[in-house]
Design a protein around this ligand. Structure first.
Ligand code: PMV
Length: 315
């Protein structure tokens, strides 16, 4: 019996969520401190393929849950390998990425599962472009979660690299000349990306000129942020986060709890903070000078954040 393990990191969108659905750029980075881990073990002959996700109490058979997201990731990966009969496999996936919090947990789980299938079947060893294939599979699964995924989550999680992302264009990696620290805090409020993205779409349909203007404004902030990151102007990032958050508020995707925690982080010394991901709940991110990291983290914890993660972007 052999066991194969594969992982995929979490991610945060630094700048540009929502506008990215409307063809503006966004910047996202992997968060390696949290990850999804899939293990694949050969099971006794004739038992078929089962997938367990103990964190969410799921234990499903591949053959009877064709449209389940976990099963879809595994099935698409198996199809890609050319294996025809259902293999006798036990897959288990665990994740410490907060669920429905804007940290790409769904994409990371799909990526870890697809990577485990490819590694176990030696597909990865025989094909040079495995990452592209995993990316395509994870994107298909993301469509189950919401109808119009921009593709940013799967791209960052699969390549585990900071990316500049424009829908429909190949993702660009870019150089981080000076590392910076983020404190990520979870509001503890689960938020459905599908619901928030649909609300923004309805509002955009009603009032497209206003919304297009906001998206343009966000696009400009994202371009400035890239310039700041590439040139090592870390001090510019906080104010850009504040501006981005201001426009996200105008899109009506913030919430009282996000605003409360953002204010607490900024009072405790964060240079800037904003929601990350779909909004209404989920996570906020704060750009923080190294000597303020502890203070900001403690203030957020004391204010009731459901969890905090500190990560360094760039090395
Ligand atoms: O909440 P998340 O991490 O799934 O991020 C959603 C980001 C959006 O821009 C709101 C939607 C998308 O598909 O890019």
């Amino acid at each position: 019996m052999t066991t194969t393990t594969a992982t995929a990191p979490g991610k945060v969108i630094l700048f540009g969520e929502h506008a990215v659905v409307y063809a503006r750029p966004a910047i996202a980075v992997p968060v390696a401190n949290v990850k999804a881990t899939a293990t694949l073990t050969d099971a006794p002959v004739g038992t078929g393929c089962t997938i367990a996700a103990p964190d969410i109490g799921a234990n499903i058979r591949l053959s009877s849950h064709r449209q389940d997201p976990l099963a879809l990731a595994v099935r698409l990966a198996i199809e890609e390998t050319g294996i025809e009969a259902e293999p006798d496999w036990q897959l288990t996936v665990r994740s410490d990425i907060p669920i429905a919090g804007g940290m790409g947990s769904g994409a990371a789980v799909s990526a870890a599962l697809a990577k485990a299938v490819f590694a176990h079947s030696r597909f990865s060893a025989q094909h040079r472009h495995t990452a592209e294939t995993v990316n395509r599979i994870v994107y298909e699964v993301e469509k189950l979660h919401h109808a119009h995924p921009s593709g940013i989550d799967n791209t960052v999680v699969v390549y585990a690299q900071p990316v500049w992302f424009v829908r429909g264009q190949p993702p660009q990696r870019f150089y981080i000349s000076r590392p910076f620290h983020l404190v990520i805090a979870d509001t503890g409020i689960a938020s459905s990306t599908a619901a928030v993205v649909s609300d923004v779409r309805r509002a955009w349909e009603r009032d497209s000129l206003v919304y297009e203007d906001i998206f343009d404004g966000i696009g400009e902030i994202v371009a400035d942020a890239r310039q700041a990151i590439v040139s090592g102007d870390v001090a510019a990032l906080g104010p850009l986060m504040r501006e981005n958050q201001h426009l996200l508020r105008q899109l009506d995707v913030s919430s009282e709890e996000l605003e409360r925690l953002i204010a607490i982080a900024e009072d405790a010394g964060a240079s800037g903070a904003k929601l990350s991901g779909a909004g209404r709940g989920g996570n906020l991110i704060c750009v923080v000078e190294p000597d303020s990291v502890d203070e900001v983290r403690k203030a957020l914890q004391a204010a009731g954040a459901a969890g905090t993660v500190v990560t360094q972007v760039g090395s």
